[in-house]
Design a binder for this molecule. Structure first.
Ligand code: MG
Length: 448
């Protein structure tokens, strides 16, 4: 058996790559890993296969001696909250996030509500391969149920006062579990909420789940047609949020992160922001404004959480709009992201586009080039030598910083390509920097 866990747990097409048998084995392996004792919270998104996997994982856990607390339909950040709220020893979230309806996934969380580190996943993989340990009949685990959404909402509302300005908000949860939480919280905060795609439907008929511009055309139109102040969209498990301004324009993920960070961190002493090497310089501007600092990591949520666990921090975020509020939950929380963004919007008295324009504007250009997997390491070495002496950062890929912008070239972890991503204060310069990166990549590839 090869590596089971990808970047976001075990994920695959239902009954082909991800089967109930495997789900059972994973549940049993987790119980074995926990020493055949303790309580594990299980939550799931509303995919058609969710209940099947919930039952299979629960059976494995109970066969291995763990009790299970079934939370039913649960956005990922709510599960993260619930693991600590109910003092569980671990959590299992059954979701494929932004992937299509035919996928599902299984991801483990520790007792702190953060995703398992790579080492713990490797340990689980090993146990699955060797088969976990079942317990004797009198030690089988018990099952109970609880509602995690009510305490999540109640606790979140203690963190944020009702908005003084009445915002008109269109919320598009894509027929997924975010619809169980976000519209209600926003109403409690005093917003006028117009919900679209809020009926749960595990076939996700309305739109693709990834909250990116090409999937949010209907939301853009609805915001304009309703003359709303703002639009909000989640992915399938509501750990990510996209914001639509009053003109129907979708904000880049790092702008959403930046504005949520401004609100969340205001008033803190020397706040520390953790983000990846691929996030916009707008985060540096936010840190400067708040008298704080930025620490950059490799790309990916586990990298951000790892830095937080090792060295602390206040907020973490990615360029795709995933934000982690560390004294709330150590996992991306799209619901809290929406709340913090709207709080900033309400307090500013501005429109979304105006609020966005209070931050410096950057232009970004993305390019890619094919490169066989086996050449990637060699290309990286050549590039590192080529740019040594310049302002480079090699935490992940090779990032070269200039006075007026930067570019980064990184090999894709899954596809046989290199990506080149550039940012600058003018579109011309961003294109120029991306082309410099591409030129180096090409000459490097032709030399091999
Ligand atoms: Mg997600």
């Amino acid at each position: 058996m090869g590596k089971l866990f990808g970047t976001f747990g075990v994920r695959g097409i239902v009954n082909r790559e991800l089967t109930p048998e495997l789900a059972y084995k994973l549940g049993l392996a987790l119980a074995t890993h926990l020493g055949g004792t303790g309580t594990v919270a299980i939550g799931r998104d509303n995919r058609t296969s969710g209940e099947m996997f919930e039952q299979a994982v629960a059976a494995g856990l109970m066969a291995g001696g763990c009790d299970v607390l079934r939370l039913g339909l649960t956005p990922t950040p709510v599960l993260s909250f619930a693991v600590r709220y109910f003092s569980c020893d671990a959590g299992v979230i059954i979701t494929a996030s932004h992937n299509p309806a035919e996928y599902n996934g299984i991801k483990f969380l520790g007792s702190d509500g953060a995703g398992f580190e790579r080492e713990r996943e490797t340990e689980i993989e090993k146990i699955v391969e060797e088969n976990g340990k079942t317990v004797s009949w009198e030690k089988c685990g018990k099952s109970s149920t609880a509602d995690a959404i009510e305490p999540y909402v109640r606790n979140l509302l203690t963190k944020i006062p009702k908005f003084e300005r009445k915002l008109k908000v269109v919320v598009d949860c894509g027929n997924a579990v975010g619809a169980l939480v976000t519209p209600y919280i926003l109403r409690e905060l005093g917003c006028e909420v117009i919900s679209m795609n809020s009926q749960l439907d595990g076939t996700f008929p309305a739109r693709k789940l990834e909250p990116v511009p090409e999937n949010l055309g209907e939301l853009s139109k609805a915001v304009v047609a309703c003359e709303a102040d703002v639009g909000i969209a989640h992915d399938g498990d509501a750990d990510r949020t996209a914001i639509v301004d009053e003109n129907g324009e979708i904000l880049m993920g790092d702008r959403t992160f930046a504005i949520a960070a401004l609100h969340y961190l205001r008033g803190r002493r020397n706040p520390k922001i953790i983000t990846t090497v691929a996030t916009s310089s707008v985060i540096d501007d936010v840190a400067e404004r708040l008298g704080g600092s930025v620490v950059r990591t490799k790309v990916g949520e586990p990298e951000i959480v790892g830095e937080y666990k090792r060295n602390g921090g206040d907020i973490g975020g990615e360029e795709n709009g995933g934000v982690l509020f560390f004294d709330w939950t150590p996992c991306r929380d799209g619901i809290m992201t929406a709340v913090q963004f709207l709080a900033e919007l309400a307090e500013s008295g501005l429109k979304v586009s105006e609020l966005n324009n209070t931050l410096p504007k950057y232009y970004q250009v993305k390019m890619r080039i094919e490169c066989p997997h086996e050449l990637k390491q060699r290309v990286m070495e050549v590039l590192r030598n080529k740019f040594s002496g310049e302002r480079i950062c090699t935490i992940d890929g090779v990032r070269v910083d200039f006075e007026d912008g930067w570019f980064i070239v990184r090999p894709s972890g899954t596809e046989p390509i290199f990506r080149c991503f550039a940012e600058a204060k003018t579109p011309e310069r961003a294109k120029e920097l991306a082309e410099i990166g591409m030129r180096e990549l090409k000459s490097c590839l032709s030399g091999l």
